[in-house]
Design a protein around this ligand. Structure first.
Ligand SMILES: Nc1nc2c(c(=O)[nH]1)N[C@H]1C(S)=C(S)[C@@H](COP(=O)(O)OP(=O)(O)OC[C@H]3O[C@@H](n4cnc5c(=O)[nH]c(N)nc54)[C@H](O)[C@@H]3O)O[C@H]1N2
Ligand SMILES: Nc1nc2c(c(=O)[nH]1)N[C@H]1C(S)=C(S)[C@@H](COP(=O)(O)OP(=O)(O)OC[C@H]3O[C@@H](n4cnc5c(=O)[nH]c(N)nc54)[C@H](O)[C@@H]3O)O[C@H]1N2
Ligand code: SF4
Ligand SMILES: [Mo]
Length: 875
């Protein structure tokens, strides 16, 4: 049996081979034959097998809190949807999906809503992720096409990274860049990001621009290219429209370089260095990601970049082009099936011809004829009571949407909330009237498309957990109950894929970019053995297509690419006197989104263990905040509690918070609640990177560690952050009120202590509770700067009873059995700062030397940029 599959995390789309033992996944390694990664895996990919624990999985359907048989639960979904549609029309129901669904799941969801129920109220978390790129691509190229491929990395002489922390978020592509730089010493890398990220370690130039000034910068570049004879006038004349309008707008907004540098808050020399490199380097790729997309000018950001590539004729040739880095494993597949509310399937739009074409292809009784509500609007319509039934699948909007508390209000009010989930305890699952268990990675079977248009198989390799079912199956079962049995009568995902492929070729004749008609009749054997392939895949190009647009022909009516006139606008969320800081939000290396998956692997917490705020030393100092201070970030919408990290690489006036923490992992750490629901007017994508906030110390009266057996639930304290360990749950905890008697506190919160010791002079208290002789909980109240490492205590939780020496150690809370490893830098080999500092003192002079001595960085390589940081910092 084929043991190859695709990583379910980022849009790099790495091939994974799994090892099995007794029907379970026992290990993973990179697939040497997969073109995206050629055998490599990053830290998240290489820890996939550690996240497959059935603990926390949703195992059964539930209706109104009660376990139900699948058949009854499906009947309930169908009945409640039918009732709502009959009473209030098709637009009173909605689906909210995700780029983590497989193409086949997505295809049937879209078909059901847009063709059969008759509403386009079906949107996806790609609205928060790729929507701006979709519109930007269509404006420039007439189609939502990524022109290039990953092999261009090795062919480029200049790589520009805009709003992308590639080192952490697309680590395998980053490693390809690192390698490319070694092989090609001429290759230069420019990072355009307001903060200094791990990615900057590879950069020859870092432009720490003012947040939201990207359109100014790229308008400035266009204007400068024109003024310095770098245009490809022949290309502009033959293959594009609208150049003069775009140039006039660029010249108007840019001013002279000195003015522009001031507007973007950059040194003019750096700006000109970038312009000169871009102008002079034929083989330039500009990768862009969420720093560009998640903006109220997201679409303009994309077009400001494509304008510069079109003006130099650098699109679709080896080593050249604008390149959108997609986030989720199937962000692209979702676009292919028309998962967004304003698209139709197979890259078609809501024009009369396409609507009619789909109606005929699907034999659809109720074709939607106009776009539906986009994510932010959708949840507002739910709160207003206009949408009365919503089915949420493979996404966690209570955490990830802006104004996230509004999502809670909306779901509270909504008559029918169906949630299809793999886990039982997600923040959104708590609001479900009907909960449906879904198969997860390694159980589900289908296809995904990565950033370079490459379709790969995710294979079902182990049995489903509990009663979990595939999402496509669940959707089809509901469709049958709504009366559409014939159109949803699939028995295996290959049949869905075959239909999707047939639709992509239906009346296409080269008019639409997305065409995989070669697979229209695909049988199960071929599907099961499908090799990764880049679309378009037609009978003329059965091996797929690496690049598009090299011939200068585009999918616009004129066949020419379009320049877009860009008028720069400032971010909508502006700092004020009361909320003077800009809150930037994004990702960390070892966590995936709302942590429902990575949060089950203890070692992925060693890199960052609790919610944090990165802050510039000056902004910290004026607020009396130092490294490790617990802080409160607030605005009129909500507040967020986390620990401060002082970072020189943070801009003044701007803080950075991770998007990952949520109510399953911390008391008050849903950063989305502070982001205003402001969106790009064209794409509907939220401005997630620029919330206006204030920050102050939390002013806790005490803090410490609490370690509990896994069966004990979250403590009731003002601040807590859960750090899962192998044998126990560890919590950082803190309180805002003084505690007079810790002994009483223990009785109230944990039960009577079996042993305890108090040292008021040192503000410390230590206690432990036993259950049948076994360790049940340990409380260590002590200031943060004297927190001990707790891995040795974790081991005590496995023991049937403790001996007297272990009791003594527990109460002295000294770290007797293990050296404190410091912050873990290398998650694969668990190498921390203590060992690294020691090795450097002993003479290790490079990341490679550290690797030789300690093994750090020698497996997945995700930590190499940070290892290198030890030497740049020292120098
Ligand atoms: N480890 C990890 N990897 C992931 C994910 C994950 O959760 N964890 N998620 C995946 C997904 S779905 C996505 S979409 C991708 C996202 O990948 P990225 O886009 O790399 O992720 P972010 O960290 O959200 O944001 C990127 C950068 O944008 C910068 N930025 C903020 N404001 C501006 C601005 O005004 N201009 C510019 N130029 N930059 C700005 C931020 O400082 C940040 O460093 O990552 C994917 N990969
Ligand atoms: N402020 C701010 N907000 C952001 C971002 C940001 O940078 N800043 N980034 C945005 C971006 S780019 C993204 S992509 C989103 C991500 O945000 P979400 O989509 O909300 O995050 P996930 O944690 O990936 O949620 C996926 C859920 O689906 C479940 N799941 C996984 N696989 C399956 C499956 O096969 N079937 C079913 N039914 N369920 C499954 C998981 O358990 C999990 O609960 O967040 C967005 N929100
Ligand atoms: S880079 Fe890492 S997370 Fe992304 S697909 Fe590859 S292994 Fe998975
Ligand atoms: Mo994303």
């Amino acid at each position: 049996m084929n043991s190859k599959t695709t990583c379910p995390y980022c849009g790099v789309g790495c091939g994974v081979e799994i090892m099995r033992d007794a029907g379970q996944v026992s290990g993973v390694r990179g697939d040497k034959n997969h073109p995206a990664n050629i055998g490599r895996l990053c830290v998240k990919g290489s820890s996939l097998h550690e996240t497959l624990d059935s603990h926390g999985r949703l195992l059964k359907p539930y209706v109104d809190g009660l376990p139900m048989h699948w058949d009854d639960a499906l009947n309930e979904v169908a009945e409640r949807f039918v009732r709502t549609i009959e009473e209030h029309g098709p637009d009173s129901v909605a689906l909210y999906l995700s780029g983590q669904l497989l193409t086949e799941d997505y295809y049937v969801a879209n078909k059901l809503m847009k063709g059969f129920i008759g509403t386009a109220n079906i949107d996806t978390n790609s609205r928060l992720c790729m929507a701006s790129t979709v519109v930007g691509h269509k404006r420039a190229f007439g189609s939502d096409t990524v022109p290039g491929c990953y092999d261009d990395i090795e062919k480029a002489d200049l790589i520009v990274l805009v709003g992308s922390n590639t080192a952490w978020n697309h680590p395998i592509l980053f490693q390809r860049m690192v390698q490319a730089k070694k092989t090609n010493p001429n290759l230069k890398v420019v990072v355009i990001d307001p903060r200094e990220t791990a990615t900057c370690r590879l950069a020859d130039l870092h432009l720490a621009l003012k947040p939201g000034s990207d359109t100014r910068l790229f308008n400035g570049l266009l204007s400068w290219l024109a003024g310095n004879d770098y245009l490809d006038q022949d290309y502009i004349n033959r293959h594009t429209d609208g150049f003069q309008y775009a140039l006039d707008a660029a010249v108007n907004s840019a001013g002279d370089p000195r003015q522009l540098a001031e507007d973007c808050d950059l040194p003019v020399e750096s700006l000109l260095t970038f312009f000169n490199w871009f102008g002079a380097t034929e083989k330039t790729i500009t990768f862009f990601s969420q720093g560009s997309n998640q903006s109220a000018s997201g679409v303009d950001n994309v077009n400001a970049i494509t304008n510069c590539h079109l003006a130099t004729g650098r699109v679709g040739h080896p080593g050249q082009g604008p390149f959108s880095l997609t986030g989720q494993p199937n962000a692209m597949g979702g676009r292919e099936v028309g998962g967004l509310a304003n698209q139709l399937a197979a890259h078609m739009d809501f024009d009369e011809v396409s609507i009619d074409r789909l109606r005929r292809f699907w034999q659809a009784p109720n074709m939607a004829t106009q776009p539906g509500l986009k994510a932010v609007e959708l949840f507002q319509a739910i709160e207003r009571g206009e949408v009365k039934a919503v089915w949420i699948m493979a996404t966690n909007p209570v955490v990830s949407l802006p104004d996230a508390d509004q999502i809670k209000r909306a779901l509270d009010k909504c008559e029918t909330v169906v949630v299809s989930e793999c886990v039982s305890g997600s923040d959104t699952a708590k609001y479900a009237d009907i909960l449906l268990p879904a198969t997860g990675w390694s159980e589900k079977d289908g296809t995904v498309t990565n950033s370079e248009r490459r379709i790969s198989r995710q294979r079902g390799l182990i049995p489903a957990t509990g009663e979990a079912r595939h999402d496509w199956w669940t959707l089809c079962e509901v469709a049958k109950r709504l009366g559409y049995a014939e159109a949803f009568n699939y028995s295996h995902p290959h049949e869905i894929f075959a239909e999707h492929a047939a639709l992509s070729g239906f009346e296409n004749d080269g008019s639409r970019d997305f065409d995989i008609s070669y697979f229209a009749g695909i049988d199960r054997f071929t599907y099961d053995n499908l090799k990764p392939v880049q679309w378009p895949v037609t009978t003329d190009t059965p091996e797929g297509t690496s690049r598009l647009f090299g011939d200068g022909r585009f999918f616009t009516p004129s066949g020419r690419a379009r320049f877009v006139e860009i008028i720069p606008r400032a971010p909508v969320q502006k700092p004020t006197d009361r909320t003077p800081l800009v809150m930037n939000t994004g990702r960390i290396r070892d966590q995936w989104h709302t942590m429902t998956r990575t949060g089950t692997a203890p070692r992925l917490f060693n890199h960052r263990e609790e919610p944090f705020v990165e802050v510039h030393p000056r902004d910290a100092a004026i607020r009396n905040i130092s490294n490790g201070t617990l802080v409160k970030v607030t605005n009129s919408q909500a507040s967020y509690f986390a620990r401060a990290r002082i970072e020189e690489g943070q801009r003044k006036g701007e803080i950075f918070v991770p998007m990952h923490w949520n109510e399953a992992f911390t008391s008050q750490g849903r950063m989305g609640a502070l982001v205003a629901p402001v969106t790009d007017p064209l794409s509907g994508q939220p401005e997630s990177k620029h919330a206006a906030v204030q920050m102050e110390p939390l002013n806790e009266k005490w803090e410490g560690w609490l370690l509990t057996a896994k069966s004990i639930s979250v403590p009731e304290v003002d601040y807590w952050a859960r750090i899962p360990k192998t044998n126990c749950d560890a919590y950082h905890i803190a309180g805002l009120d003084r505690v007079d008697s810790w002994e009483h506190w223990c009785i109230d919160h944990l039960g009577e202590a079996d042993l305890w010791i108090e040292d008021p002079a040192r503000r410390s208290f230590r206690a432990a509770g036993l259950l049948h002789g076994r360790l049940n909980w340990v409380l260590l109240i002590t200031p943060y700067n004297s927190f001990p490492s707790t891995d040795w205590i974790d081991q005590l939780f496995t023991q049937p009873s403790l001996d007297s020496q272990q009791y003594r150690y527990l109460l002295s809370a000294t770290n007797v059995e293990m050296e404190d490893p410091g912050t873990i830098i290398c998650s694969c080999y668990q190498v921390g700062t203590t060992a690294i500092d020691k090795a450097i003192k002993q003479g290790c002079g490079s990341a490679a030397a550290l690797g030789e001595k300690l093994k750090c960085g020698t497996n997945c390589g995700s930590c190499i940029p940070e290892l290198e940081g030890f030497f740049t910092k020292a120098g």
